[in-house]
Each structure stands twice: as structure tokens, then as C-alpha cells.
Design a protein around this ligand. Sequence first.
Ligand code: 4NP
Length: 176
Amino acid sequence: MTVLPRPESGRPYRVAVVCLGNICRSPMADVVLNDRVAAAGLGDLVEVESFGTGGWHAGNPMDVRAAATLTAAGYDATRHRARQFTRSTTGHDLVLAMDASNHSDLADLGVAGDRLLLFRSFDPSPDDDSVPDPYYGGDEGFAHVLDIVERASDALVEQLRALLDRRDADREEVGQ
Ligand code: 4NP
């Protein structure tokens, strides 16, 4: 099981999900993970946001196929605007790369290795290490990404709940 890094500072625990363009995979993960965090009652304790290592789409809404896939499954895909992850993007407790190339780019941008993980390391039934890029493919690629991000988000939120519960216990022990 992938172990979550301990929180760097106070609350909330800050999570960044990162792909290449920030219009397909990481926006889908952002929407689904935020949905699961809220459903778990962790909305005040966990902050999720998404970025791309590239800046070509900065300011744009997500890809229409990503939005359609999310909307058909009952999610709100309207609020996303793409942002680029740069050297100035700091302060996240956990940075989750969608694929190995994103992982390598994030390490080059200075993200500490102990806070940088592959998003799919939380997928309980992975057929690959990476979330495949659906941008140049058909609609089925977006459905596949949604399946992956739903499975991985469920598992990740369980771990976040355990980590944050432990933080509560730690605080009680030291009388805070
Ligand atoms: P994403 O997909 O990284 O999942 O957002 C892509 C979006 C745009 C491009 C590549 C991948 N692009 O080359 O513009």
C-alpha cells in the first residue's frame, strides 16, 4: 500500500493532481477527488487542486470530452480553469502525477521526492503505473480515465481519513 506523506504544516492537507495539459486527466481527478473528500466529510481538512506541467491551455475550461464524461456520470465539470505547475507552485503536502513523464517533470521542477507520487499508485486494480493520456484518442479513453480516477480516489480518501484521524489522536495526546 502506498503510504501518504505526513502533513507539512497545519490544515488543510493540500493535494495537487498534475497531468500535462490540465484539461483532461488531472481535472477529472480533481472533480472526482473533491467529490469523494466532501462525501467523506473531509471538506474542511483536505484541499484538492489540479495543474498541468505545460501552460498551453492555462485559463481554459477542461476538454469537452472530459467534461461530457464527468457530466454524464453526475459530476459538475463547469468550474475548472487550467493552471500550470511551475517552480513557484509550492506548499502541497502531496503531489500526484498522472504518468511517469509528469512525475519526472515535477521532480525537475523541485517537488520533493517524498511528497511526489504517482496518482495510480492508489488504484487498487491497476493494469499500468500511469493514467493513460486520452487527449489524442476516442471517447472510450475518457471513460477509462473516469474508472481509474474513481477507484483511486476512493482508496486515497480512505487513506486521507486514516491519516487525519491519526492527526486528531496525535493532537489529543499532546494536549492541543
Ligand atoms: P492531459 O491531456 O494532460 O490529460 O490534460 C493533454 C491535453 C493537452 C495536450 C496533451 C495532453 N496537448 O498536447 O495539448
